[in-house]
Ligand binder design. Structure first.
Ligand SMILES: Nc1nc2c(c(=O)[nH]1)N[C@H]1C(S)=C(S)[C@@H](COP(=O)(O)O)O[C@H]1N2
Ligand SMILES: [Mo]
Length: 250
């Protein structure tokens, strides 16, 4: 549960500024939202906005029975889910590395040790999904395979949506619960959730868990990610950033 702290005048995640939502979209939201069907980011953000005041004031826990709470919202800052098939998929690792690498999905699943665990997912706007099964490769294993050069300090992550980016320090990236995930919720990461491969950064707010992972660049300075440029904390520890006091993920 959150403490009711608002993010000041930060743009609300999932919202596309300046776009009006028509009556048809609202009607679609009511129907689709209730049925639990995945909907576009514009419509989804409206659901979030409608539910947010309820979630913040709720001390009974009853709001978790409303549609849209206790389960994932689908976010995409570009307003759609880009598509890359399992066969097409490649992960590039480059920058300050001994061996720039390109992994196919098959290589990620067979040539590196596999890690699985069950942990919560917490978005900075307040929703949390408990006990999500994750499976993939530790980011540290990927970095070791490429060989990080001396002098490197940070990573940049790029999405094949062409817009979204994220950042981590190397120390953060090497935590054993930071995953290059190819499975989530007991099945291959779906297109909407950022498949074939997304990031999962357990200790940090959801915006660190970049979807549609395309490329990891090893660099020697901090380059803030998409939401960080818009005011969210670069150091995004759950319960210790963004003015929030959510329970840390264990
Ligand atoms: N490429 C990309 N990755 C992204 C986002 C996004 O809009 N685009 N949103 C982030 C935010 S704010 C959250 S909370 C999670 C949501 O993951 P989900 O869409 O699987 O629920 O994805 C994160 N990764
Ligand atoms: Mo988020």
């Amino acid at each position: 549960m959150n403490n009711g702290a608002e993010n000041g005048d930060l743009p609300l995640e999932g919202e596309e500024p300046g776009r009006r939502i028509g009556r048809r979209a609202i009607l679609a939201m009511l129907g689709l939202g209730a049925a639990g069907v995945l909907v576009g980011s514009r419509v989804q953000s409206l659901v979030d906005r409608a539910l947010r005041p309820i979630t913040i004031r709720d001390r009974t826990g009853l709001s978790s029975y409303l549609p849209g709470t206790g389960r994932f919202r689908i976010y995409s800052v570009v307003g759609f889910s880009p598509k890359r098939t399992a066969a097409e998929y490649r992960l590039r690792v480059d920058g300050l590395v001994e061996r720039p690498l390109t992994f196919t999905l098959g290589q990620l699943q067979s040539e590196l040790p596999q890690t699985a665990f069950t942990k919560d997912f917490q978005c900075v706007t307040g929703w949390r999904v408990e006990d999500v099964p994750w499976k993939g490769v530790k980011l540290s294993a990927v970095l070791d395979r490429a060989g990080v050069k001396a002098g490197a300090t940070h990573l940049r992550f790029f999405s094949f949506d062409g817009t979204y980016t994220e950042s981590l320090t190397l120390a953060q990236a090497r935590q054993s619960d930071v995953l290059v995930a190819h499975h989530m919720l007991g099945k291959p990461v779906t297109r909407e959730h950022g498949g074939p491969v997304r990031l999962y950064v357990a200790q940090m707010y959801g915006y660190k868990s970049l979807k549609w992972l395309d490329r990891i660049e090893v660099v020697d300075k901090l380059v803030p990610g998409y939401w960080e440029e818009l005011g969210y904390d670069v150091d995004a520890l759950i319960g210790r950033s963004n003015g929030r006091d959510d329970e840390p993920v264990r």
